[in-house]
Design a protein. Sequence first.
Length: 352
Amino acid sequence: MITTDILIIGAGPTGLFTVFEAGLLQLKCHLVDALPQPGGQLAELYPKKPIYDIPGYPEVLAGELVDKLMKQIEPFQPGFTLGERAETLERTEDEFFIVTTNKGTQHKAKVVAIAGGLGSFEPRKPEIPGIEKFEDHGVAYMVKDPEQYRGKKVLIAGGGDSALDWSIFLSDIATEVHLVHRRNEFRGALDSVEKVQELKNKGKIRLNTPAEVVEIKGVDSVTSLVVHNHQTDLTKEIAVDAFIPLFGLSPKLGPLSDWGLEIEKNAIKVDHTLDYQTNIPGVYAIGDVNTYPGKLKLILCGFHEATLMCQSAYARIHPGKRYVMKYTTVGGVTGFDGSKKEAPKAVVKTID
């Protein structure tokens, strides 16, 4: 069993920043996320999308923001359980919580912070007969290990950033990369669209638009796909080793909706006047997953909510112990390994 001070459900930007704020209070954090890597939507859906409302950054790419948050929390050595979904919540007699994942991993903490963004993500699957049969046998809805496609023939379907980015990336790994999109226009970043066109001209990406995959062939695994072109009304069969439909992820509260939390329109109601605690004492909800009067679904707001939540969590974990807040510009940042980033010393000038 994994034991920690604060168990954070969701490793998106709000969850990651919670580690920093908790670390300043010398509280240990562990994060659980159904996705295979930290970053939430920023890493999975639009890593190259620019964000303009992060203080101090006139513009920052979503993936770059995740990298900077990960660097910021390094001194506090958080633990991660990735690729597993939080399933059940139970309270122990000594006022701890036990959270168990869909793979049976158990976590014990005094405080649970739900920072699941819009919820757990389920892949949007194309309506192709029998596709479930080939899942994990040539069909994958996200790329977990690019190396597994080395020397393979791969067909990617989709028109967003993920489809474009992975087509570009795999063009140097796979022997063939086919990109199929039902429209001629793509929804991804302009530089990615231009890069795909450039690789198409070089013969490294085979583009088929406006088209879609209508049939999967194979016995034990995928061997070929039937693609229908809407413009010519013709179909063709393409031999492949792997089919990766990237149509985005559908956000759902999932098992969290069975935890006894007060839910309103697929979001968790919290006490916004104090600390973003739910109707279950010791369980908080921060970021896009919560709702309260005047709620704004912004990363900035999630950071603010995480900061206040950690102050409340400290009082719960250390009842009767008073914490004196010190500004990082004065006290610096001390990691759990004893490392310390010193704050600049004040310079005192005397007048003769």
